[in-house]
Ligand binder design. Sequence first.
Ligand code: HEC
Length: 108
Amino acid sequence: MTNKIVKWVAAGGCAPIVLVGAFLAYVQLTGIRSYRHAAPARHVEVTPERAAAGKKLAMTLCIGCHLDGSTGRLTGKLMADLTSEFGVVYSANITRSKAAWHRRLVGR
Ligand code: HEC
């Protein structure tokens, strides 16, 4: 009698595992759906006011990580403050300059 109860409880405990396994098998076999979509067309009119506001924002928010002291521009630099757990990280060159030293380093 006790044996039967233990068996039923064990079977009930396995049910969620079986259901999750069946769902994972279903996803594996049918694949994850993807949908085609067109990126919305974007056009931003550049005005002197917008350019000045953007420069102000970039010089407030972005210089901490992107300003390279040797170029005096937002050409990216070694993120020396990061702990080694993250490896060696450079911030990106966010100017159009192709001459930035890290572009040569990372090849972009
Ligand atoms: C806390 C540091 C930090 C700040 C602040 C920061 N960035 Fe970055 N940014 C990075 C790092 C590091 C990368 C390089 C990431 C990589 O290569 O995966 C990066 C990459 C980028 C890239 C390149 C993304 C790409 O796909 O290659 C752009 C564009 C960018 N930043 C713009 C900005 C702008 C604009 C601001 C200010 C509004 C800003 N970042 C502020 C650290 C920062």
